[in-house]
Design a protein around this ligand. Sequence first.
Ligand code: DX5
Ligand code: ZN
Length: 219
Amino acid sequence: MQRKPIIAPSILAADFSKLGTEVEAVSNADWIHVDIMDGHFVPNLSFGPDVTKAVHKSTSLPLDVHLMIEAPEKWVQHYIDAGAHCVIFHVEATDDPVALARTLRSAGVRAGFSVKPGTPIEPYLDMLEEFDEVLVMSVEPGFGGQSFMPDQLAKVRTLRTAIDERGLDVIIEIDGGISADTIAQAAEAGCDAFVAGSAVYGKPSPAQAVDELRKLASR
Ligand code: DX5
Ligand code: ZN
């Protein structure tokens, strides 16, 4: 399925001292990507449900909440309550991803799963019907500003084929190292949605960076 590329700036790269303004600065984006890190699943800490709720109040854009946390099943309700549009959890962090997806969908929230670079996608293709999004990590989760791993695009191609063959409505999103130099190859491999942190907030005009990324992903 060919859709208009979805650009999701990651506020992990924003200036936290003025988060409201930083979110407003990308009002031309499609989603806001909210990276939740617990210092256990990944070595870094970011923010939690209260900050997510504050971001939700400061924008009308859908919040794409990426949980890089252990035991996500214990926490999803907090992010549903905080106003998430989609909650993405890691398959490496939970024993029953399908049960968690059902919990999310029955709460009226979109369900997504993510795979770290070292995790193969094939064992998870059978559960695609239960999900709205798949987030392919193109860096090791935990930090912004890392280099894009092009070998992860093989997973995107596998997903694209599976989704198209089965006629599913599942968005393929990619996260990590997406910039003007890398977004076109991710789009060509079949991604629908693109997370960008430093390539948006590291630029003098984040809004202009969003437009440029969208243009490059559309070609
Ligand atoms: C990494 C996060 C990413 C990160 C992307 O663990 O999941 O969303 O913010 O940052 P960039 O675009 O700078 O690689
Ligand atoms: Zn992320």
